[in-house]
Design a binder for this molecule. Structure first.
Ligand SMILES: Nc1nc2c(ncn2[C@@H]2O[C@H](COP(=O)(O)OP(=O)(O)O)[C@@H](O)[C@H]2O)c(=O)[nH]1
Ligand SMILES: [Mg+2]
Ligand SMILES: [Zn+2]
Length: 292
């Protein structure tokens, strides 16, 4: 039997791994190895040691990073299939944040789902934005954890894949995990304890849904870092801007101040939502700051 499994939570000094017969704390050999939730690892117990250590990590399919207090990118989660962006009536949605998550996911080739949570409170303050996202063909599900609405549809949408939940604090992410995973409370208790049983904060926790699906709650990924490669890439994260850019006079148009810009024309005509365009401009500024 091979000693392989997925990292459920990372504590800095070690990781909690899902093994065939249960969970297992593993130490790390070599300080360069920074493991995150979602990493596939193999482990072994070296001669003379009483605890197992991680031996190797499988190549990551993708990596989600956040910006830490010093402005540096810090790895949080690896190898996800989908980013589920959660919004709610309360706290009132930060649509720029939603656009940033969406653009970041497009640039990383990760599927996106918008979860409109707490629909029992109504969706009045969100309707026009939700309608616009629908027009842009973003997948959207409306749910309420407290009223058990839309939970089965959500479970269906998450099948056979690994989904990372992101969104403002208080939108109902942990409540969704609890509604989807009956044993979540017990798992949370285990996921917040390191090998010595101390309580530690982890930025991401893996919850198994079915044998082949999981959901990751990552309370600290509000400042999800967009991939900082090239400024130009920001455009691809906004599908309606990307689609129109072929009509701009300059083929390297950034849609900021350039003459003959089809995107800015579309914004003045409300064909592209001015708010979405403002998201694009903000993300562009962010890229410029990172690049310089
Ligand atoms: N009315 C209503 N309140 C909810 C719902 N889901 C969560 N809440 C409440 O919203 C607050 C924040 O929920 P929580 O799951 O901790 O949000 P998180 O910070 O995103 O993990 C809590 O007081 C929950 O009871 C819902 O579907 N309807
Ligand atoms: Mg939470
Ligand atoms: Zn343009």
């Amino acid at each position: 039997m091979s000693n392989t499994g997925v990292v459920l939570a990372s504590y800095g000094r070690g990781v909690l791994v899902q093994a065939a017969g249960g969970t297992l704390h593993c130490g790390l050999i070599g300080r360069k190895l920074r493991l995150v939730c979602g990493d596939q690892v193999t482990w072994a117990t070296q001669e003379g040691a009483d605890t197992p250590s991680v031996k190797s990590v499988a190549p990551r399919r993708n990596l989600i990073e956040r910006i830490d207090a010093r402005g540096r990118a810090e790895a949080v989660v690896a190898s996800i299939d989908r980013l589920a962006i959660v919004v709610a009536t309360e706290p009132s949605p930060d649509w720029y944040l939603v656009d940033r998550y969406w653009a970041g996911a497009i640039l990383k080739d990760i599927e996106v789902l918008l979860i409109v949570s707490k629909v029992d409170l109504g969706t009045q303050n969100q309707q026009s934005e939700i309608d616009n996202y629908r027009r842009l063909k973003l997948s959207i599900l409306e749910v309420s954890s407290s009223h058990a609405m839309g939970i089965d549809a959500l479970r269906g949408a998450l099948a056979k894949s690994v989904t990372l939940l992101v969104g403002q604090s208080g939108v109902g992410k942990s409540s969704l995990v609890n509604a989807l995973v009956p044993s979540a409370a017990a798992q949370t208790a285990e996921l917040t304890r390191d090998s010595e049983g101390r309580h530690t904060t982890t930025t991401a926790r893996w919850y198994q849904l079915e044998a082949d699906s999981a959901i990751i709650d990552a309370p600290g990924v509000r400042d999800f870092a967009p991939p900082a490669r090239i400024v130009r890439a920001a455009e691809r994260g906004f599908i309606e801007i990307h689609a129109l850019s072929v009509k701009c006079r300059f083929n390297d148009c950034l849609h900021l101040e350039e003459p003959g810009c089809a995107v800015r024309l579309a914004v003045t005509q409300n064909v592209i939502s001015p708010r979405r365009y403002e998201s694009y401009r903000r993300l562009n500024r962010l890229y410029l700051e990172i690049a310089t």
